[in-house]
Design a binder for this molecule. Structure first.
Ligand code: ATP
Length: 443
């Protein structure tokens, strides 16, 4: 007799610490087990980046969700529980959360939870309440913060997506320097961009696909579809034999965290979103090259900071009072040394104010600026002696344009939308079981 098939959604997060592991690698281990169980994958594994401005993230605030069809959900759940407790770096400070949801359709309250987790700070209590109200099967370790990401990943609803193929190192190599042929990355980008992106920074001659820490990821290739990143991985030359790779469907590169316009009540620490307002004064350049200024949004003054590595400091310093801008960024908590501030990630100039300045009058005979004769004494041309009582108004051409400015590619976060992706939306795609989206190298 055929067993009845069940649909199982599996979400997990916070299994790693900065010293070891990576939640995506645990996902790879879990998929390896599921492949042997011959389950049907309803979609690619999801790598969902949530609010990038929460304080306790290890790196990129990524959570994982898998959706499968299986005749034996009980066995699957038990093994996954074991894998999560075995591979999490709980001693190193990870607070893993694992959530199962057994139903075809993910209900709207999951979607709402996930939407909030993208731009707000969600308390553990709120997540725990969600678990009990929905009678969810879950396990957590440490303080259980990982539950937030686990629910957020299951509930995530794609409106746009990209892919990332992550390759993993063999255990014996973890911690060693990653040896990769830079030229192969450069050539791969030249050949495949913009179908793959953010692999190599031409200006800095720098590889962007390899992390630098002791985690098991060797490289991550970002692209518009699963095939593009799988093909691209075959062009990358490494000195090291790798264990395998897995392709994730992700909200990276979608700018998803900046969807909400923050109103006065939303302006709380660690919130992400956009703020539209009018520049109040000429920006100041601080020690270290950071640019700070204030904007007015409906009578509320908001302090904003643009950091030097973003390179858009060059643009921000040219703003003047009266410019209307829409800023995308995150609210930084106040400290002893600074007030609550909006960390600027992107900004769009909606309207440029005319830059009028008072200058000494022009002598029409000599086409030269007149000299001041002293306070309230008027002006005189030193060449022909022509006089004038008042200063004149001059319009200074603006050096910046009415457009969107985004950080340099080296300063991109996972969720940052690269310039070539503006206006681009990948409609929901089905998993292609003919593609080798999960692979273990034979060697
Ligand atoms: P990596 O990218 O290497 O997997 P990470 O940056 O994702 O690491 P985690 O160790 O997963 O870092 O820590 C993020 C923690 O924050 C998780 O416990 C997750 O559940 C929680 N979290 C995610 N989004 C929110 C949110 N909006 N509010 C509160 N907590 C959140």
């Amino acid at each position: 007799m055929m067993n009845k098939m069940s649909i199982l959604h599996i979400g997990f997060d916070d299994t790693d610490s900065s010293k070891a592991m990576c939640t995506t690698y645990l996902a790879y281990k879990i998929v390896k087990f599921l492949e042997n169980e011959k389950v049907e994958f309803l979609d690619y594994p999801y790598l969902i980046r949530l609010n990038p401005n929460i304080p306790w993230k290890t790196r990129g605030n990524g959570a994982i969700a898998l959706a499968i069809k299986t005749p034996n959900p009980k066995k699957i759940k038990n093994t996954i529980k074991q894998l999560v407790s075995k591979y999490s770096d709980i001693k190193g400070g990870a607070n893993p959360g694992l959530v199962f949801f057994q139903n075809y359709k993910v209900p709207n309250n999951f979607v709402k939870f996930s939407e909030l987790a993208l731009w707000k700070l969600i308390s553990r209590n709120y997540a725990k309440k969600f678990i009990s109200e929905n009678n969810l099967e879950t396990i957590s370790f440490g303080n259980g913060q990982g539950i937030v990401g686990a629910i957020g990943a299951i509930g995530y609803k794609f409106r746009d997506h990209t892919f990332e193929l992550l390759s993993y190192r063999k255990k014996s190599h973890i911690g060693q320097k990653r040896k990769i042929t830079k030229d192969s990355v450069r050539k791969m980008q030249e050949k495949t961009y913009p179908i793959t992106f953010n692999s190599y920074d031409k200006k800095k001659d720098r590889i962007l696909i390899t992390p630098h820490g002791p985690d098991p990821v060797f490289y991550g290739l970002r692209g518009e579809n699963a095939k593009s990143v799988i093909d691209a991985s075959q062009m990358i030359v490494t000195a090291e034999k790798l264990e395998g790779y897995m392709t994730f469907k992700t909200n990276q590169g979608t700018g998803d965290h900046l969807k909400h316009e923050l109103e006065a009540d939303d302006f709380k620490p660690y919130t992400s979103g956009t703020v539209t307002g009018t520049v109040l004064e000429k920006p100041k350049i601080e020690h270290g090259g950071h640019v700070v200024f204030s904007i007015n949004k409906n009578g509320q003054e908001i302090r904003c900071a643009v950091y030097r590595p973003t390179k858009i400091t060059m643009i921000a310093k040219e703003l003047i009072a009266g410019d209307k801008i829409r800023i995308g960024g995150g609210v930084r908590k106040a400290s002893k040394t600074h007030n609550r501030i909006l960390n600027v990630e992107t900004f769009e100039i909606l309207k440029l104010e005319k830059d009028f300045r008072l200058v000494n009058p022009l002598c029409l005979n000599c086409n030269k600026r007149m000299k001041s004769k002293g306070q309230k004494q008027g002006f005189q041309c030193i060449k022909c002696g022509e006089k004038s009582a008042n200063k004149s108004i001059l319009e200074i051409p603006r050096k910046i344009k009415q457009q969107l400015y985004i950080p340099s590619v080296s300063a991109h976060r996972h969720l940052s939308r690269p310039m070539q992706r503006y206006g681009k939306v990948n409609k929901d795609s089905k998993i292609d079981s003919n593609l080798r989206w999960f692979h273990i190298y034979k060697n």
